[in-house]
Design a protein around this ligand. Structure first.
Ligand SMILES: [Zn+2]
Length: 453
């Protein structure tokens, strides 16, 4: 094959089920061919990464850039995707919690305009499922919404559906062949506990965990899977934090429910000791839990019962984090840390195979959200979205590394020793991030909208 734009070689290319030495030929942004590493391929440019590992670009199914909105100086499509590129994430699936909420054609178009102008990496857009989105699912689906997000917990921005309306909405989306992502926490249990703990004067970090107990999450997972089975709607459980949901998941899988489960690096790496230490700076919903629960989540992940990782990236200014426990906004940033943390804790400390990392960080999301095989794999015909990592390089995370706007100084990860580093990120064959210099090479607007197949 000749007239290639680029040839990338590595001794360790992470394919879907194994690691091979290979030469990857790139033409017009796609992988044109795979060959033995020494095979002579003619190209305008060649780069040999030697023993460094080459992964398919990460797909982060769960990010909050909140752009458009009133706080785009804090985070926007450009700053958010700078951090994505730095973390080896080549496709982001962005949540509907912008202002306006992504609930109809006008708000979808408004977000699309911002993303097309500013995004450095490829992107897909979630639509909302709530009172405002009612009657708009077909419209959003036709526009290319990748999935619909529903909150069973109380979210001030996303007016909650009652059980009957939830079932009706699931039926509508099922008829479209769509996918529904669920924030699974029981609103009544959580809201009542928050009120009573706040009234009791609790302000310590552990009170946050106590206000959102496992039973609230397990109940909501159970209800969701039951309704999903009843309506035939495809379900994605977002950010599972409690391994106590495992038996419920197993039961509904046996019944034939069609669902996937996501967890976040924070639930695999941090636990309630970080919540005790960092208070509102480690506040996320659902909360960080016991160390034993974290271990049990790893078991579910490695058993294939959790399929997908998402960052739930949600940055704030330090002064917002510094509010009291109950007033501080929930959510942790970290789209840039997801891959390094998984290389460190997964590959290096727990012996997770590279191809398994590739599955949970890229392929499985691509499959579930209809982006596969254009995304999520290294094979001829796929987009040349590639990440080069050094799994052995040790470094220390500091807010100074962040390419975001909020530059949060005291996250739970500040000062953390990490083994495994992203050295380069390619989107459709173009290098967008240089990890040696921690430098972005892409221009705003280079990212493309990806419509699910
Ligand atoms: Zn989220």
């Amino acid at each position: 094959m000749d007239n290639l734009d680029l040839v990338i070689r590595s001794r360790r290319v992470v394919m879907e089920n194994a690691v091979f030495p290979a030469a990857i030929g790139v033409k017009d942004g796609r992988i044109a061919c795979l060959a033995q590493p020494e095979y002579p391929l003619a190209a305008r440019e060649e780069v040999d990464f030697g023993d460094l590992m080459l992964f398919p670009g990460l797909i982060d199914p769960h990010v909050h850039f909140k752009d458009p909105g009133p706080n785009t100086s804090r985070e926007n499509w450009e700053s958010g995707t700078r951090q994505a590129a730095a973390g080896g994430v080549t496709t982001v699936l962005e949540m509907p919690l912008s202002i306006p909420l992504t609930v109809d054609k006008a708000s979808f178009d408004a977000k699309m305009a911002r993303a097309e102008k500013l995004s450095l990496v490829d992107f897909a857009l979630w639509g909302g499922m709530n009172k405002l989105a009612t009657g708009h699912y077909q419209e959003l689906n036709a526009l290319g919404a990748v999935a619909f997000k529903v909150f069973l917990s109380t979210d001030p921005d996303s007016p909650r559906l009652g059980d009957y309306d939830f079932i009706q909405a699931l039926r509508e989306v099922a008829a479209l062949g769509g996918l529904v992502g669920v924030h699974a926490e029981n609103a009544e249990i959580v809201d009542s506990l928050v009120a009573s703990l706040e009234k009791a004067g609790r302000r310590d970090g552990i009170a946050h965990k106590e206000s959102r107990p496992a039973v609230a999450e397990v109940e909501a997972v159970q209800r969701t899977l039951l309704f999903g089975l009843e309506t035939g709607c495809r379900i994605h459980i977002c950010h599972l934090s409690t391994a106590a949901a495992g038996p419920v998941m197993r039961f509904y899988r046996q019944q034939g429910a069609d669902f996937t489960v996501e967890t976040c690096p924070s639930y695999l790496i941090l636990d309630q000791r970080d919540l005790a230490r960092c208070g509102s700076r480690a506040k996320c919903n659902p909360p960080l839990r016991e160390p034993e629960n974290r271990e049990a989540l790893w078991h579910l992940l490695l058993a294939g019962e959790i399929d997908i990782l998402g960052s739930d990236h949600s940055p704030y200014w330090d002064q917002e984090r510094d509010k009291s426990l109950w007033q501080a906004p929930p959510g942790l940033s970290g789209i840039d840390l997801m891959f390094p943390l998984l290389l460190d804790e997964g590959l290096n400390h727990r012996g997770v195979k590279p191809e398994v990392l590739g599955q949970i960080l890229s392929r499985n999301a691509a499959r579930r959200f209809g982006l596969y095989p254009r995304k999520g794999c290294i094979r001829p015909g796929a987009d040349a979205d590639l990440v080069v990592v050094d799994p052995d390089q040790e470094w220390v995370w500091s807010w100074r590394h962040s390419l975001g706007n909020s530059q949060e100084k005291n996250t739970p990860y500040e000062g953390r020793q990490i083994k495994g580093k992203v050295l380069a990120t390619f989107v459709r064959g173009t290098k967008v991030y240089d990890g040696e210099k921690n430098q972005i090479l892409a221009e705003p607007g280079q990212g493309k909208f990806i419509r699910p197949a």
